[in-house]
Structure formats: structure tokens, C-alpha cells
Design a protein. Structure first.
Length: 168
């Protein structure tokens, strides 16, 4: 826990930048009617299985995400630069004790989000899950940008919790 705190404090020093504005360049929220492929991604401490996903440009993929680990994990589709920018938001959630190592205080999240929207962690390109939880993302890869799947829970990206997105 002390390590989480230290990382959180460190990341607080990096200025938070507007996240939503850069969304378009990574694609868009997909429509269920256009799903051509379903990919199940299992999250462990701290890695993904599979750790490489092949996508075609323009394709809509439904990701079924399962947290098989003992820690809270995120699956976030973005550029490397965006992941780095998202990390202070996650650190802030740790700071406010919304994001705990193995639990998300959803009641607190709801309450705090009224004051600070970034604490709600509502982004179409990501899902944040407690151990044993399952979530889903439908994403249209309408972009040529270089993307990766990553977990921005403090310390996890650094630990290598990244899955490559390979363009077919
Ligand atoms: Cu993680």
C-alpha cells in the first residue's frame, strides 16, 4: 500500500490533461450491430491474456474482459501517450481511496464524481474491474493510430500490463 501511495503522490505532480479531446484519433465507441469479432481478454496480476490482439482498420470488436487476478485492473484502449496522460486520473482515484488494491469503492466514486468528473472513470474506451468482475467494450478501430491496451492502475503499466494491438 505504501508503494501505491508513493506512486500516487508522484503522479499527482504530472498535470492532468484533457482526456476526451484526444478520443477521436483512437477510434470510437462501436455499435453492437457492427461487431465482426469477439475477443475475450483475461486480466491477471499484472498481465493480459492474450497479450497481442490483431485488428483490421475499420473493424468493430467486442471485448469481453474478465478480471482473473486478485487486484483491480483496467483494460484501456489508447495510444501510449494517452495512457501516460490517464495515469494521474487513476492516481487521483487512489489518493481519494476510491481505487483500492483489490476493490473499488463505488459508493464513494459516485459521491466524489459529482465534484470531480474525472473520478467517475467513465470512458467508452476502458473498463475498470474488481477481481472476479466481467465487463465489456465495443470499439471501432476507425484509425491508423498506433494503439495499445494497457492498465493504468498505479504501478501496473510500469509492471508491463500492456497488450499489443497489431494492425492486420
Ligand atoms: Cu492492472
Amino acid at each position: 500500500m505504501i508503494m501505491y501511495r508513493l506512486i500516487a503522490i508522484f503522479l499527482m505532480l504530472i498535470p492532468s490533461v484533457c482526456y476526451a479531446s484526444s478520443m477521436k484519433m483512437i477510434g470510437e465507441k462501436g455499435d453492437i450491430k457492427n461487431v465482426t469479432k469477439v475477443v475475450t481478454v483475461n486480466m491477471f496480476d499484472n498481465y493480459y491474456e492474450p497479450n497481442e490482439i490483431v485488428v483490421k482498420e475499420g473493424e468493430t470488436i467486442k471485448f469481453i474482459v474478465k478480471n482473473m487476478g486478485e487486484l483491480v485492473h483496467e483494460l484501456n484502449i489508447a495510444t501510449k501517450e494517452m495512457h501516460v496522460k490517464h495515469q494521474p486520473e487513476m492516481a487521483k482515484m487512489v489518493e481519494h481511496e476510491i481505487l483500492l488494491a483489490d476493490r473499488i469503492d463505488k459508493k464513494k466514486m459516485k459521491k466524489m464524481a459529482k465534484m470531480d468528473h474525472s473520478l467517475a472513470h467513465k470512458h467508452a474506451n476502458s473498463v475498470l474491474l474488481e477481481p472476479k468482475e466481467t465487463g465489456e467494450i465495443i470499439w471501432k478501430f476507425s484509425t491508423s493510430a498506433k494503439l495499445e491496451i494497457a492498465c493504468n492502475v498505479p504501478g501496473h503499466y510500469e509492471a508491463g500490463m500492456i497488450a499489443k494491438i497489431i494492425k492486420d
